[in-house]
Design a protein around this ligand. Structure first.
Ligand SMILES: [Zn+2]
Length: 394
């Protein structure tokens, strides 16, 4: 049991095990034994592993291959689709028990938060709908705490979100980072009268600008989370040392220079062996002096933007838009419409100067496409997660 996933223990033990294993020295996984377990799972992995006798000899599983993994017809699963922000939307299958375990892993950081026994939380999810404060919350008890949860769409009416927050006065806000940032931008006022103590954004790479904005607007501590639809919660920012502790007891992580490779040990309905997520992540060399013993990582690049297609049909990487060099530019966002034309949104304290330089940079980066430039990055009102470069063509 010691180095098997906690999912194999009884569900009432999950919180205790996840707490204890975070405090214990990390155990090493027996990779040979694991390979044999995947081999026995069926033809797909038996063929894939073949004669490999070392873990790293097994070719990483790429996104388009997910659909090839056979599912056990005896285990009912539910589908979840990724947001496609990494350029390709994929379908993930998890059994009910696996979904419940994923939730336990998602709540793991909160074991270490300074919160009361009964917690009110508001979660920003995809969509435009916002809960009414009079609606009954979703209730969940984990690690001795009772959570009452209300949801709001990340692109819901800011006035409705403000009303929800002012009425409920949640201690905790979680969810889509860009949705929280958009709400702050649109409400244009200080929000610290609400009394939020912790904001736990997730689902997107958190820039320092976004982190500062959230901290200042709410007067709250920001504790980020890092994960994916495919693997569940991977790492979480610690309230004690502020680094990102990785859930390496439940997910084997390989910080490959070509992109992070993850093997979640708690998934058996659609097992992912050496699945390539692609974000650039490194393990920290020095150990932190923290009561949580899980190793810490640094997330260097988690680009989930689209590619743009120029007038000659060439694909242009989202990394080609180095608008950061434009003086007086505070934020920008580029969208390609289905007819190929471009729409650039920006914010600036000297808009006329910024606009001129943006025109020049854009014409150089994407030749032969008509474009429009608009002030205000939230004027592009697309549901879903924030992408700095998005396209209806890609
Ligand atoms: Zn820590």
């Amino acid at each position: 049991m010691k180095n098997r996933s906690a999912i194999h223990a009884s569900q009432s033990q999950w919180a205790n095990l996840l707490r204890q294993r975070a405090l214990d020295l990390p155990v090493s996984h027996d990779l040979d034994k694991l390979l044999n377990r995947y081999r026995r799972h069926g033809r797909f992995y038996a063929d894939r592993i073949g004669t490999a006798d070392a873990w790293t000899q097994v070719r990483p599983l790429e996104k388009p291959e997910l659909a090839l993994i056979p599912l056990d017809p005896a285990t009912p699963t539910r589908e979840a689709r990724t947001s496609g922000t990494s350029g390709l939307q994929v379908t993930i299958h998890n059994s009910r028990r696996e979904r419940e375990f994923r939730r336990a892993l998602l709540y793991r950081p909160q074991i270490f938060y300074d919160l009361p026994e009964s917690v009110t939380q508001v979660v920003f999810v995809d969509g435009r709908w916002c809960a009414d404060p009079n609606m009954s919350p979703k209730e969940f008890t984990f690690a001795g705490r009772h959570y009452r949860t209300w949801f709001t769409g990340a692109s819901a009416e800011p006035a409705a979100i403000l009303n929800l927050l002012e009425t409920l006065r949640p201690q905790l806000i979680r969810g889509i980072a860009s949705g929280i940032v958009r709400f702050i931008g649109e409400s244009q006022r200080s929000l610290d009268h609400i009394g939020v103590s912790i904001i736990g954004p997730g689902g997107e790479f958190l820039t320092n600008e976004w982190r500062n904005l959230m901290e200042q607007a709410f007067g709250a501590t920001v504790l980020d989370r890092y994960g994916s639809t495919e693997t569940g919660a991977i790492a979480w920012q610690c309230p004690h040392c502020h680094r990102y502790h990785a859930n390496t007891d439940e997910i084997i992580l390989e910080a490959d220079p070509a992109g992070l490779i993850a093997t979640p040990l708690f998934v058996s309905s659609q097992p992912l062996l050496r699945y390539r997520l692609g974000d650039i992540v490194t393990f920290d060399n020095e150990r932190t002096d923290c009561l949580v013993q899980l190793p810490t990582i640094t997330i260097n690049v988690a680009r989930r933007d689209d590619w743009i297609i120029d007038g000659a049909g060439r694909r242009i990487s989202p990394l080609s838009f180095q608008f950061e060099q434009v003086p007086h530019l505070t934020a920008w966002r580029l969208h390609q419409l289905i007819d190929g034309s471009l729409h650039l949104f920006f914010d600036s304290d000297r808009p006329e100067i910024a606009r001129q330089m943006l025109v020049q940079h854009l014409a150089e980066a994407v030749p032969d496409r008509p474009y429009r430039i608009t002030r205000g990055i939230w004027k592009l009102d697309r549901p879903g997660k924030f992408k700095r470069v998005s396209s209806d063509l890609a």
